[in-house]
Design a protein around this ligand. Structure first.
Ligand SMILES: Cc1cc2nc3c(=O)[nH]c(=O)nc-3n(C[C@H](O)[C@H](O)[C@H](O)COP(=O)(O)OP(=O)(O)OC[C@H]3O[C@@H](n4cnc5c(N)ncnc54)[C@H](O)[C@@H]3O)c2cc1C
Length: 556
């Protein structure tokens, strides 16, 4: 929770600081935090003054940005193979940015267009990513689809990049802005439930709603949305990365839970991918084309999501193992036994050591451990716990700790939730590089064992945590940012892991997406013909290459 809270706090602290100068104008901002609000005419005079002040601030800020950008590394695109690609976007000139800023202020309320440096930084850089290649030049806070259309039309006409931003929790430089540009931020105004159809088990939402908020609102109806990525993630970004999480072994990924999308394309057209029934054979599956496209094909402004019924009961159990190979070997057997488990998470001994350091009161052994979640009727749960504990015993599993009530369940699952932050306790000055691979489940014990060996033989520490029920796991590589040799070692270990996953017919990303960090591995994983077809689709939809440039597709 810490990271998103910090980010939000920083947004509240710095948001609109340059443009809205007084506490009362900040209160005005708070009161306009709704999709339907329009600027009252009585506030037009302050708006004019604001626009003037913004112009002065803008000039200064744009000059500063230009100076900064000339010293930062710009992604350069070289020779291309396969389909025709447009020339790479260049960073907009100061004159172009002035023009864009003033045009944007004509189509959005002026206070919804900002060049505040803190806001630009918050929307371009992430402390969870090591692929930060720049901040946008302008951030806008649209309130509805029509405003997104206007922003995209301006960007398309001027040839400036547009980068959608929802929760900002993605990990591979997804919202970084190597060519600068206009960032569209959705959590401020487009964060609502638009329509709720409990009788059809679906809900229509804006892209900026957080999955946790959505579930709080659905709780009283006995329903929930089962995808659970990082805390603070929002539906727009979850569509963008085709996320999943701990529940994926039972419920699948974002691809299975989106019925339709409303998308603004690069030319400013509004596309609704299909109607609202649960199934349809009407034409190409455009919904799934946009899911996982990371804002490179279009901008999602509405999503209709399927909902699941909350299970009657839930149970949590934990079991430790002498070796990580024993723990991992439980998983394929459990899947073959047809157990309808809700989650099975593997934490290696290093991860358990970190948890022991951060929360000794949880009383976990410092050994490779599996965390299980069961759901259904009591009879179902009892049966599944029996099957799983028998499989665990067969693989030298220790005692099966089982939570009986809701409080015990929370306590037992707590260890899984605090992984990322606990892991920083394993090393002084630790930065954590989180990487993500997936392999066919049968290959899981082998890849985990070999990865563990690599970590043992490395000069840096690392821990393993995984949603292993579907063959997906993460390695947290710990390094000191002030020591370049440690960063190089983290890069080497990451590369070795990704290469090994590809060799095992796996993927370099099970759920975090490609962003900047993994685009260089796409040809090795998918082959030239597949990547070239992706590029053909991309540039058919976005001929100027303005949509989140530098992400997903390799440079050549
Ligand atoms: C502690 C932690 C734990 C995590 N655990 C998981 C996990 O278990 N499973 C998992 O899958 N991920 C996990 N993640 C990664 C992250 O939470 C997911 O990738 C999530 O889906 C990103 O959502 P977001 O709203 O933060 O997206 P953002 O970071 O805002 O954006 C992600 C991508 O989507 C694009 N995008 C954003 N909004 C739109 C839009 N409206 N239209 C089109 N494109 C858009 C962006 O341009 C970007 O390319 C974790 C991250 C953290 C920090």
């Amino acid at each position: 929770m810490l990271f998103p809270l910090l980010r939000r706090t920083s947004y509240l602290k710095h948001g609109y600081r340059r443009l809205l100068l007084t506490p009362s104008s900040l209160r005005h901002y708070a009161s306009t935090n709704t999709q339907t609000t329009t600027t009252p005419s009585s506030s037009k005079a302050p708006m004019v003054a604001l626009a003037f002040l913004a112009g002065v601030g803008l000039d200064y800020s744009l000059r500063q940005q230009q100076q900064k950008q000339s010293t930062t590394h710009a992604t350069t695109e070289t020779e291309t193979t396969g389909p025709h690609r447009p020339p790479p976007l260049t960073r907009p000139s100061q004159a172009m940015l002035q023009k864009a800023f003033h045009r944007l202020q004509q189509v959005l309320p002026p206070e919804h267009v900002t060049v505040d440096e803190d806001i630009l930084e918050n929307h371009g850089y992430s402390s969870n990513s090591y692929h930060n290649e720049g901040a946008p030049n302008i951030v806008v806070f649209p309130r509805n689809t029509e405003e997104v259309v206007q922003v995209v039309k301006i960007a398309n006409e001027l040839g400036i990049a547009v980068i959608p931003f929802s929760g900002g929790t993605s990990l591979e430089g997804h919202f970084s802005a190597p060519q600068g540009g206009i960032c569209l931020s959705f959590t401020e105004h487009m964060n609502q439930i638009i329509a709720f159809h409990p009788e059809d088990l679906d809900v229509v939402v804006g892209p900026g709603i957080e999955w946790e908020d959505l579930n709080l609102k659905l709780k009283d109806h006995g329903l929930f949305f089962p995808l659970d990525p990082g805390p603070g993630a929002c539906i727009g970004g979850m569509v963008g990365t085709s996320c999943s999480g701990t529940n994926a072994v039972r419920y699948g990924t974002m691809k299975e839970w989106v019925i339709n999308l409303t998308v603004v394309t690069a030319d400013g057209k509004v596309v609704k991918t299909r109607q609202r029934p649960r199934k349809s054979s009407a034409g190409y599956d455009l919904t799934r084309l946009f899911i996982g496209s990371e804002g490179t094909l279009g901008i999602v402004t509405e999503a209709t999501l399927k909902l699941a019924v909350r299970p009657e009961k839930e149970a949590v159990a934990v079991c430790d193992f002498p070796t990580i190979r024993d723990a991992a070997a439980v998983v394929p057997e459990l899947i073959r036994a047809g157990v309808q488990i809700n989650a099975v998470e593997l934490l290696d001994d290093e991860m358990m050591r970190a948890i022991h350091l951060s929360s000794p009161q949880l009383g976990h052994a410092v050994k490779p451990t599996l965390f299980f979640k069961f759901a259904g009727s009591q009879a179902q749960i009892d049966h599944e716990i029996k099957v799983v504990s028998d499989i665990a015993k067969h693989h030298q599993g220790g005692s099966f700790k089982y939570a009986k009530d809701e409080r015990e369940q929370k306590d037992l699952w707590e260890a899984r939730k605090i992984c990322l932050w606990s892991s920083t306790l394993l090393k002084e000055n630790a930065s954590v590089w989180t990487t993500d691979v997936v392999v066919p489940v049968s290959q899981l014990p082998v890849i985990i064992d070999e990865t563990k060996n690599d970590l043992r033989n490395s000069t840096i520490e690392g821990s393993i945590v995984g949603h292993v029920g579907d063959g997906n796991f993460h390695v947290f590589l710990l390094f000191d940012q002030s020591k370049p040799e440690e960063f190089e070692e983290a890069k080497r270990l990451n590369k070795k892991l990704l290469t090994r996953a590809i060799q095992m017919e796996g993927s370099v990303t099970g759920e975090h997406g490609v962003g900047i960090g993994k685009k260089g591995y796409l040809r090795a994983e998918l082959g030239d013909a597949t990547v070239d077809l992706m590029a053909t689709v991309k540039y058919a939809l976005d001929p100027k290459g303005i949509m989140n440039p530098g992400k997903v597709l390799p440079e050549n």
